[in-house]
Design a protein around this ligand. Sequence first.
Ligand SMILES: NC(=O)c1ccc[n+]([C@@H]2O[C@H](COP(=O)([O-])OP(=O)(O)OC[C@H]3O[C@@H](n4cnc5c(N)ncnc54)[C@H](OP(=O)(O)O)[C@@H]3O)[C@@H](O)[C@H]2O)c1
Length: 278
Amino acid sequence: MTHRKVALVTGASSGIGNAIARSLHRNGVTVYAGARRVSRMNDLDDLGITTLALDVTDPISVEKVVDRIVSETGRVDILVNNAGYGLLGALEEVPMDQARDQFDVNLFGAARLIQSVLPMMRQQHSGRIINITSVDGKIAQPMASWYVASKFALEGLSDTLRLELEPLGIQTIVVEPGSIQSEWADIAADHLKATSAQGPYRPTANRAAAVLTVAKQFASQPRVIARLVDRAALSRRPKTRYHAGAGSQVLVARRFMSDKMIDHMWHVVGEAAQRFTH
Ligand SMILES: NC(=O)c1ccc[n+]([C@@H]2O[C@H](COP(=O)([O-])OP(=O)(O)OC[C@H]3O[C@@H](n4cnc5c(N)ncnc54)[C@H](OP(=O)(O)O)[C@@H]3O)[C@@H](O)[C@H]2O)c1
């Protein structure tokens, strides 16, 4: 059994999750990294990180991963719920089964992992649950209703959990990335194109696509989020929320902006992005 802190990072085959797994490992944490594409985590294997097949939508897969960690180390100190993707497209045009899949990964997937690690964390009377939400968990954007809804929901779930788990010695922390270099933007752009590039929402979809292109161009490195997760996971008195990455400063301004100001901001940003990309 180990005396090092033990962490499970979901969605570690790419982008932010990969950077988080590396950074926690560098900081002396015993890291278990999960994703569906195990072969995409060979770089983590080479560092001595244990990589595992994990589909957060599959309860058996989740249980297997957590059982293995507990049997090998006898504890779980840190859970980083990072797995997620962006289902973009006009609400009217997104099939409901795709909407359910979005929630199954971004919200219920995180909840499955939380339910699975909590018995161990309660027994330890310690643990940290770190949920990766988004700027979109606080500020809506056009053509992203289901993604935004899933991240708003994860924010609310996290706030509730923080209160519920604090008496048990377990901390819940939210990390809100802005625009970060990863596979996220391409996956989101593909969904947007497939769903709403033609038809009645085409002008709004084109603006949203331009915003994605510009955001991708100015995106920050995944390590800026990994640094925040290190602080959330390892500092003695972590904050309840952290944000970083291109555009995330808008979260500070949001506190002083009305809904109509936010709506106006999107019109201005959308038009500017279209001019920039033409
Ligand atoms: N990049 C951004 O600009 C940005 C901004 C705000 C928030 N975020 C959030 O940050 C998190 C990480 O995204 P990223 O930017 O690093 O995107 P990414 O490069 O696309 O990585 C997403 C990760 O999630 C995993 N994943 C997806 N579905 C899964 C499932 N069912 N089970 C297990 N793993 C699954 C993927 O692995 P497999 O496909 O191999 O399973 C991949 O490792 C997401 O929650 C995203 O919403 C990203």
